[in-house]
Design a protein around this ligand. Structure first.
Ligand code: AMP
Ligand code: MG
Ligand code: MG
Length: 299
């Protein structure tokens, strides 16, 4: 939980030497799910953990394998052109290039100890859902620093409050900053997230890890159904012990129709759409933080 220093305007020592802010853009269609969804822009912005200064930036466009032709909706939403992704690398190479950039940009820091680094995103989708799903689906290994992250929405809400759920652009403006660049351009989203991070640091907010693949997502309201997995009457009537009972997990926005609601693994889920979001998986779905293995659909 973020803590705010009594003396506002005074920076607080952070637990990290660097923050690396990422904001993936991915294939999409209007008002429906696309399966498998694939990352098409991989941007990152490196922020000095002591000063809040942006030190370096990285971007690679990524060529989607399963839906190589972007929809008009996706091009208009993200500003990414067909030729950008046609000339892009695959996700494994983007991860490798990102890692090499990060190592070079942080070399020399840390003074004999290893560099303390934390990934920052706006929301949990980038690390918990998108990157994790695509890497599992395609059998790609990713660096372990992506397995935990700071969802900047958490310290933002702790510091600036506000009742409703704001998007990144609204949060940037609520913090007194101008929005720079184009919303849904991954690099611009990452830059603005980095500027918001620096502003929170400047206000003395302690920035700590908020999410991890090793831990379940924060508890949300339980839906009426008993068990989100298995589907057998025996399982449904005998819920697992409390510590194994997964919190209902918002798999993905599905446009409010159970007909388009898909499990994490891409198979049809068994329904349960609440407020336009899926809360259940397919028959083999087990724990929300441990998605189904790639199915027969293959990578
Ligand atoms: P963002 O970081 O908010 O720009 O969004 C990340 C990704 O989420 C986009 O690249 C799209 O794949 C998807 N996305 C965001 N907004 C929408 C939308 N209104 N409709 C469909 N997909 C969206
Ligand atoms: Mg985003
Ligand atoms: Mg974005």
């Amino acid at each position: 939980m973020a803590t705010i220093m009594a003396a506002r305007g005074q920076g607080l020592e952070q637990d990290f030497d660097f923050f690396v802010v990422v904001d993936f853009e991915a294939t999409c269609v209007k008002d429906a799910r696309i399966f498998p969804q694939e990352i098409i822009e991989f941007p990152a912005v490196l922020v000095d953990g002591a000063t809040g200064r942006i030190e370096s930036a990285f971007r690679r466009y990524v060529r989607p394998k399963h839906h190589p032709v972007l929809t008009q909706f996706c091009r208009e939403l993200t500003g990414i052109r067909q030729e950008d992704v046609d000339g892009g690398v695959d996700l494994g190479e983007a991860l490798w290039l990102h890692d090499a950039w990060l190592k070079a940009a942080t070399a020399g820091a840390g003074n004999k100890r290893s560099v303390r680094l934390a990934v920052v995103t706006w929301g949990d989708w980038d690390c918990r859902t998108m990157l994790e799903f695509e890497c599992r689906f395609k059998g790609i290994e990713k660096p372990s620093y992506f397995d935990q992250w700071i969802n900047l929405r958490v310290p933002f809400q702790a510091a600036l409050g506000g009742g409703g759920r704001v998007n990144l652009q609204e949060a940037v403006r609520a913090a007194g900053l101008d929005w720079e660049g184009r919303l849904h351009c991954g690099l611009d989203d990452a830059r603005n997230t980095a500027r918001l991070l620096a502003e929170l640091m400047r206000r003395g907010v302690k920035i700590t890890i908020t999410g991890s693949l090793a831990a379940p997502p924060p508890m949300q309201k339980q839906p009426a159904r008993t068990s989100p997995c298995g589907g057998s009457p025996a399982l449904a009537s005998a819920p697992p012990p409390i510590q194994q009972q997964p919190a209902p997990y918002m798999i993905s926005p599905c446009g409010g129709s159970s007909a388009t609601c898909l499990c994490y693994c891409g198979l049809a889920s068994r329904g349960d759409v609440m407020h336009g979001k899926c809360f259940s998986g397919c028959a083999s779905w087990s724990r929300p933080w441990d998605p189904c293995p790639p199915t027969s659909r293959g990578a």
